[in-house]
Design a protein around this ligand. Sequence first.
Ligand code: ZN
Length: 390
Amino acid sequence: MSSIHRKVKFRAFLTALSCIVLLHSFTTPAEVYERNGIKWPFPTQIISAYTDVTGNYSTALNQAITNFNTSTQVHLSRHDGAPWVAQVQNYGAVDWEGMSKTNTGNGVYTVTWARSKVNTAYIPASTAVSRIKILWLHELCHVWGLGHTTNPRTVMYWNVATPYANGISSLTSDEINGINSIYRKGAIMKRTKAIGVAIAVLICATCTLSACSTDTTQAQADDGTSSSHGQTNGSTSTEFSRVKLYETLDDLAADSSLIVIGTAEAVEVTHDIDGLTPFSVFNVAVSEVLKGDVAVGDTVVMRQTGGEGDPGVLEDGQTALLYLTPTGLDGELASQYYPVGVTAGVYVLDGDVAALSADNDSAATFSHTVTDTGDSIPNVLSLEEAKDSL
Ligand SMILES: [Zn+2]
């Protein structure tokens, strides 16, 4: 064969190869799932639904569980006394409609306990089962080990209202592939799953025989203040399913009743809403008012989801630019404020507080301490930019 013939043949081969690659990229949907580093030691788990999981919340949870059991390599069943609990409570205008908290053991990514929550302030009991189902799926996927995606046609998009509006209310191939990549496919996996199911059945049978307590307060608080399972080591992670993602600073400002600069004095970490979830309460001494009906020198009480050291939670003594909204809660909590957009409305002052007392304080800058949230607003903001957005 001449060298020209060989060249022509080689070119034809290259063309065919690139066609195959091109075709493949069009026909195979790109996998966008993200892993969050969490993994259970077994693919079979039990979830305890608290007594507040009733009506549509309960039906939707059952449908979500069936979706996992029929579509993925993992298996889930409902029974009291498990280290994974599902809760439904009114957390007020906290800007998350669902939340997952997970504790992982020391050194290895094995879960020791988990919580999946639904906020009735945004998802009332009358909400369609399919809408609650996609929220449960999202929260349960976090606990199985998936993070958020940027694809608005997946269950794991930042806020589930978007995929639901796109017609999605069941696990997509993306979540299925993601979960199966963590709890690997194959014979070993099937055997492990079978053993896990057998153990789960045995636990349930034992529980039934011994009239197992239906007390659902056995789990320790998120900050490990009490522990019946003796598992307070390791690290805790929190993932929110946001109600709204902010595209512009103007949007954030428009949703805020108060925009102030203030210095936070930590008051307490409380579990006053559901007995488990930590909220940090601060007295904020106001030093500048950008919007709202407060004065310099006033004290505003702010509560934030999370305890000491949780990402995005203010620290005692920090000065911050805060976008705030009333909690919408009852009683004495009614006068408190939440940051708008969970952490989106919390900008901590960069550098020294003296910058604010200078004549040109508009040059002072403030920064988010959590930057990967799905919002498109700036993570660093000058006071001048903040004022310009009003
Ligand atoms: Zn989420």
